[in-house]
Write a protein of this length. Structure first.
Ligand SMILES: NC(=O)c1ccc[n+]([C@@H]2O[C@H](COP(=O)([O-])OP(=O)(O)OC[C@H]3O[C@@H](n4cnc5c(N)ncnc54)[C@H](O)[C@@H]3O)[C@@H](O)[C@H]2O)c1
Length: 441
């Protein structure tokens, strides 16, 4: 059966992807997309570029690539820009980040050098551990002036690069832990707070406000409140901007959301899960500050509770001891090593252990996530999906949801939701894996 399509086939003209922060994740994203465009490498890790989607019954054998099925912006039509508190261009920033090898950096150098960061909205109270002079910073009278300046940056970028659509992705440092305050509750209070430069408004919220106000999709790749406040959700509902977050799901949390649903599916118990890691990039350094670590810790800890449902399965998961540690260890750079110890138990309560030693590369895992989010958020905007985009929970450690709902953390449920949303948008039947003809109903 064919249903009505919710989106036009061809994406119009160019898409600008603006990253807040030109650090390890964003430079790896930008360099990777350019390398793919030049045929130097394949888009490994990107669902939008490499995954297929099954349509209709298995017997129909319709399995197009997602990028051929939904009208995503082709990579050739993507343009990059962004903001950072340092003046380093894309090449210098990528070199500092030490994610990519010299062979890639040399070849991409002229392209990366053209990416010049625009002046940032910054407040050192929210990121204490950045080394060096943060001189590429906007000087407005109030936070509202700075939001206006960001909106002017977006317009100027779109003009310069001939983009008719933009997406903003927060790839900047993790900000200090901040709880929701009265100034975040309503749009009116928030706008007053911007005019009064309220210290309870973090820089990330100023970027989010500027993008959402213009109806531009905004994705948050870091932990922290950021766009997840009622005031900005109210604004998104008003302007129609899609928003999503938070904290790119990579590394240890990705492993957690792959393994925990499997253990639960087989009704195996868990007594403890200890995760620790060492990393030495700038992100690790920022997370060395207890206030930024607290933000990250909250984002990482929630995952298991939602997947395992200890209230439904108390015999299996009620006594789970879950601990997460992040250790800044400069010699490792971006090549993080994460260790997990799982104390599980099985038939008749007999204990077993699982050990994971994941020698990962943080930004290599994060870059395709940032790309997919940017392309899907643009798709959402064109399809008229406004506000929180729960179907993109697949990509986040700590998915944001509408008030009254709980987040879905199970990677496989998240994947089903993502693919079914694409089928829905394109007027295809949703797949339930229940072939009526074989069951006689
Ligand atoms: N790498 C991963 O796998 C991963 C996974 C999940 C989340 N994240 C999050 O993504 C973010 C980026 O990670 P990264 O490894 O690229 O970090 P990074 O430190 O290399 O880059 C962050 C950049 O943001 C800049 N910055 C800080 N505050 C800013 C502001 N107000 N405006 C503009 N720029 C600002 C910094 O100068 C820096 O260049 C971090 O918050 C991190 O926690 C990363």
């Amino acid at each position: 059966m064919t249903r009505e399509k919710k989106i036009e086939i061809a994406p119009p003209a160019k898409l600008g992807i603006l990253t807040v922060g030109l650090g390890a994740v964003s430079t790896t994203l930008i360099a990777g997309v350019e390398a793919i465009r030049r045929g130097i490498c394949k888009p490994i890790g990107s669902v939008t570029q490499m995954a297929t989607i099954r349509l209709g019954k298995r017997t129909e054998e319709r399995n197009p690539l997602i990028k051929d099925f939904v009208p995503l912006s082709p990579l050739e039509d993507v343009r990059f820009g962004g903001w950072d508190v340092f003046h380093d261009d894309g090449y210098k920033a990528a070199e500092n980040a030490q994610v990519l090898g010299k062979e890639h950096l040399d070849e991409l150098r002229p392209y990366m050098e053209r990416i010049k960061p625009m002046a940032a909205v910054f407040d050192p109270r929210y990121v204490k551990k950045l080394k060096g002079e943060t001189t590429n910073v906007k000087q407005g009278k109030s936070l509202m002036d700075k939001a206006d300046a960001l909106m002017a940056d977006m317009d100027a970028f779109a003009d310069r690069e001939k983009c008719d659509r933009l997406v903003v992705v927060w790839c900047a440092s993790t900000e200090a832990f901040l709880e929701q305050k009265p100034v975040h509750k309503s749009l009116a209070d928030f706008e007053k707070g911007l005019k009064d430069s309220s210290p309870e408004i973090a820089p990330s919220m100023v970027y989010a406000y500027a993008a959402i106000k213009k109806g531009i999709p905004y994705a948050n790749g870091a932990p922290g409140l950021n766009c997840e406040i009622p005031a900005l959700q109210e604004l998104a509902d008003k302007t129609g901007a899609p928003i999503s977050g938070k904290d790119f799901k990579t590394g240890q949390t990705l492993m957690k959301t792959i393994i925990a649903p499997g253990l639960k599916a087989r009704m195996l118990g868990l007594g403890g899960w200890f995760s620790t890691n060492i990393l030495g990039n700038r992100d690790g350094e920022v997370l060395d500050d207890p206030e930024s670590f607290k933000t990250k810790e909250v984002s990482k800890l929630g995952v298991l509770d939602y997947i395992l449902q200890p209230e439904v399965y108390p015999e299996l998961y009620k006594n789970l001891y879950h601990k997460v540690r992040i250790n800044y260890y400069p010699p490792r750079g971006d090549a993080k090593e994460g260790w997990d110890n799982l104390d599980i138990f099985g038939w008749m309560g007999y204990p077993m252990q699982i050990k994971i030693d994941f020698l990962c590369r943080d930004s290599i895992l994060a870059a395709p996530v940032a790309l997919d989010l940017a392309l899907f958020m643009d798709l959402a905007a064109r399809a008229g999906l406004k506000g929180i985009q729960e179907w993109l929970s697949f990509y986040y450690k700590s998915p944001i949801v509408r008030e009254g709902l709980y987040p879905e953390h199970d990677l496989f449920i998240q994947q089903t939701k993502l693919k079914n949303t694409l089928r829905y948008l394109m007027g295809e039947d949703l797949i339930t894996h229940l072939g009526n003809e074989y069951y006689g109903f």
